[in-house]
Design a protein around this ligand. Structure first.
Ligand code: NAP
Length: 312
């Protein structure tokens, strides 16, 4: 066990974590970041980002995180490509345990662990995961060149995935359980103008069909008539929202009914003094990279000011 007590530890490496790292490094907090098992966070799975300021031509999620990380490294953030599997926030210094059982002590912690893709919860979905079922078109779309695929969901993620896949695949079915999309207007308009995207309105997925070679189709049921139909596809992309990554903090940080960390007012303060939260892990409303980045900046500023008043 290291006896060194770090001034500031950041858990999570998406736009919130890395922006917190830029601010904390520049404030002299010498932050140590645990990147977790998905360095760069969920945004690295997004093919095209057109709404992050500073990129007039747009960029990829991966490219965006490469740039933010480069900027943070310029100011000296130290990173470890490890997961934090246990924390003890009951007393200062706070104790964090890594996946390889290392103990880290911290005067303050910024939690920016983001969210993970939500699954449908079907047995067949589990069975064919990695054999035709995916939550990342950018990662796996390549395998379905000139094939037919289905995307499930009607939000920005599902529509962006469908648009990306429409440039690679023969045909994309977008399975939407209601008669409206949640996605932003500009994305909806682009999607509805694509000839090789068919929206299957008011249908819910019942079962992913397949054999030993992988997915062969999807069975859906009409929300109106309860009639089922099978659609032949070789890939199914699930894009039905996110679940915050807060399991490790249960019982210590105050969470809402959906598992999001509750922060106080407009600040990044959690119920534990000295532990701050930023990004999608505490944002059930906006969930945008730019908002996450902004909240990372807020968390680092809150943390710096709090440390000045509460030295160890
Ligand atoms: P979302 O907005 O919560 O949309 C989830 C979609 O999945 C909805 O259409 C929902 O249907 C559907 N759904 C949920 N559970 C389902 C189930 N069991 N079976 C079938 N359909 C189901 O999630 P998201 O698209 O991941 O977006 C999350 C946030 O990230 C949003 O704020 C979004 O704006 C943002 N985002 C932004 C960008 C961007 O700006 N470039 C890109 C991606 C995401 P209902 O509508 O019926 O609930």
């Amino acid at each position: 066990m290291s006896t060194e007590i770090r001034k500031c530890v950041i858990i999570g490496s998406g736009p919130a974590g890395y922006t917190a790292a830029i601010y904390a490094s520049r404030a002299g907090l010498s932050p140590l970041m645990f990147e977790g098992n998905a360095p760069g966070g969920q945004i690295t799975m997004t093919d095209q980002i057109d709404n992050f300021p500073g990129y007039p031509e747009g960029t990829s999620g991966f490219g965006l995180m490469e740039d933010i990380k480069k900027q943070a490294l310029r100011f000296g953030v130290e990173t470890q490509n490890k997961l934090i599997t246990k924390v003890d926030f009951s007393k200062r210094p706070f104790t964090l345990i890594t996946e390889d059982e290392q103990t880290v002590l911290a005067q303050s912690v910024i939690v920016s662990t983001g969210a993970a893709a939500r699954w449908l919860g079907l047995e067949s979905e589990r069975k064919f995961r990695g054999m035709g079922v995916s939550t990342c078109a950018t990662c796996d779309g390549f395998f379905y060149r000139k094939k037919d695929v289905a995307v499930i969901g009607g939000g920005d993620t599902a529509c962006s995935e469908a648009l990306y896949l429409s440039t690679i695949c023969n045909k994309v079915y977008l399975i939407v359980r209601r008669d409206v999309l949640r996605a932003s207007k500009v994305v909806q308009d682009t999607l509805l103008s694509k000839e090789n995207i068919e929206v299957v309105w008011q249908h819910k997925p019942l079962e992913i069909l397949g054999d030993e070679s992988g997915v062969t189709g999807i069975r859906v049921v009409s929300s109106l008539s309860e009639q089922t139909k099978d659609i032949n596809v070789m890939g199914v992309f699930v894009a039905i929202g996110n679940i915050p990554n807060t399991d490790v903090f249960k019982g210590q940080l105050e969470l809402d009914n959906n598992g999001y960390i509750i922060t106080k007012g407009a600040s990044s303060y959690t119920n534990i003094e000295g532990v701050f939260a930023a990004g999608d892990v505490q944002d059930a409303v906006y969930k945008q990279a730019i908002v996450a980045a902004g909240s990372g900046a807020k968390a680092a500023i809150d943390c710096e000011r709090w440390l000045m008043e509460h030295p160890l």
